[in-house]
Structures are given as structure tokens and as C-alpha cells.
Design a protein around this ligand. Structure first.
Ligand code: PGA
Length: 255
């Protein structure tokens, strides 16, 4: 099954109003309806400006996190309904930096994802093993534990991002073999959790030091349906090069 590529920019804690404006104006001018689906996830402060520029274009805006309640006394938090109110369509949940620095657990990531989908957002659910876990042969055990919560989610509003923690921001990418192996195993696992048909349609993104020069090889793997790009997404030309490297992005064989 050919799944439409999904290429997501995770700006993390970077960007200014001026930078989001010029970046998105470039993206909007270049995105094509038949190419990969493109989602830009700037920090919360830049979401209103981003939505304003992207509205009516092929570029879609996402957030990097959301709370699991729709409202209430949760100082400093942002509800998924607030993101929908703004025109945001996607949200990243369970990123390893949230798990590592902000106490995110499988349970809180599950609660956030459910609340996001209830509000009408599509969820990019992140999972992945640490270097120590990979070296001790625990990769699949970790992925199975982290993915268990996906059984409670609507597969039609879900993408999964496999991001080996040891590859994030390190310049050390999983090999194409390692990525394909993990993605295929995840898809088998998702078939058990969500049903074969849903798992076959679901997009599994790779994340972790994706760059213009390694994107094509990773995205050519049969079970790699897109990329979640951190550092390399901050440069609009680099990010556009990654989009072009995806199947359907204009640079593949016969395109
Ligand atoms: P990176 O980040 O591309 O900078 O490794 C990816 C991510 O954390 O989503």
C-alpha cells in the first residue's frame, strides 16, 4: 500500500515572529497538493502567526504538546480545544524530550493523545528506545510497552513517529536497515493493537538527525512513511530538500 508521505517540522524551542513569517511564506509558495503532506510545528507563541499565513494553503500547522484536560486550573498549560480554536490541526505527543525532561509517562502521553483526538486534532505519537536499551537488546520490549497505549486511539487521526533517542540531535542516524526493521516490527505490533487494515494505512515516521543528505535513503524504505525533523527543519531550504526527497516529493524515480 502506498501511503502519502508525511513530513513534519519540529522546531522545538526555536523561532521568532519574523522567522515564522518568512519561513512559512516560502513553504506556502512551494507546497503542492499532490506532494507529501507537510506539517510545521513551531512553539506555542508562534502558532497564531503560523496559522494565519498557512490558512488556505497546503501547509498545515501543528503544536508540540497539549494538556489532557479541556480547561481548568492548570497554570502554564494549553488545552487541545484551544489549539483547535486557533486553527491548529496536528499535535506532537510523547516526544522523548518531554519524557526525559518533563516527566512524560506512557500514561500521560496516552491521556494527552486521547484528549487531542477528542478535540479533533491529529496526533503524532512519538516513541523510541535509548542507546542503553538498544545495546542490551531491549528495543522491541520498549517499543511494545510504549505503543500499548495506542490501542485506545483512533487510527484515522494518528501517525506514529519512531525516534530512537540516541539519534535525536546527535547527528547519529539509524541506518536504513535499523529504521526499516523497527518500522516493520512496529507495524506488526500496530496490526495486533488496531487491526490489520488500520495498521496498513497508518503512517510511521522516522525521526532522529534526518537531514537533506540522508532523507531519500530513509524515506525509500517500504515502512518509512515520512519524517519528523528537528534541527534540519529550522532551515527552510534544507527542510524543502527533505520534502523533495520523499516519495511523491518530485525527486524520486519517474517523478
Ligand atoms: P533532530 O530531532 O532531527 O534534531 O534529531 C528530531 C526530533 O526530536 O523530533
Amino acid at each position: 500500500m502506498r501511503r502519502r508521505s508525511l513530513i513534519v517540522a519540529n522546531w522545538k524551542m526555536h523561532g521568532t515572529v519574523a522567522s515564522v513569517q518568512s519561513y512559512l511564506e516560502t513553504m506556502v509558495a512551494r507546497a503542492m497538493p499532490t506532494g507529501p503532506e507537510v506539517v510545521i510545528c513551531p512553539p506555542f507563541t508562534l502558532l497564531p502567526a503560523a496559522v494565519l499565513i498557512a490558512t488556505g494553503s497546503e501547509v498545515v500547522i501543528g503544536a508540540q504538546n497539549c494538556h489532557w484536560e479541556d480547561k481548568g486550573a492548570f497554570t502554564g498549560e494549553v488545552a487541545p480545544t484551544m489549539l483547535v480554536d486557533l486553527g491548529v490541526r496536528w499535535v506532537i505527543v510523547g516526544h522523548s524530550e518531554r519524557r526525559q525532561y518533563f516527566g512524560e509517562s506512557d500514561q500521560t502521553a496516552a491521556a494527552r493523545s486521547q484528549a487531542a483526538q477528542r478535540a479533533g486534532l491529529d496526533v503524532i505519537f512519538c516513541l523510541g528506545e535509548t542507546l542503553e536499551q538498544r545495546e542490551t537488546g531491549e528495543t522491541m520490549t520498549v517499543l511494545e510497552r510504549q505503543s500499548a497505549v495506542l490501542a485506545g486511539l483512533d487510527p484515522a487521526r494518528l501517525a506514529v513517529a519512531y525516534e530512537p533517542v540516541w539519534a535525536i540531535g546527535t547527528g547519529r542516524t539509524a541506518t536504513t536497515v535499523q529504521a526499516q526493521e523497527a518500522h516493520a516490527a512496529l507495524r506488526r505490533r500496530l496490526a495486533g493493537l488496531l487491526g490489520t487494515e488500520a495498521a496498513a494505512a497508518l503512517r510511521i515516521l522516522y525521526g532522529g538527525s534526518v537531514k537533506p543528505d540522508n532523507a531519500a535513503a530513509l524515506l525509500a524504505q517500504p515502512d518509512v512513511d515520512g519524517a519528523l525533523v528537528g534541527g534540519a527543519s529550522l532551515d527552510v531550504e534544507g527542510f524543502c530538500a527533505i520534502i523533495h526527497a520523499a516519495p511523491g516529493g518530485g525527486r524520486g524515480a519517474g517523478e
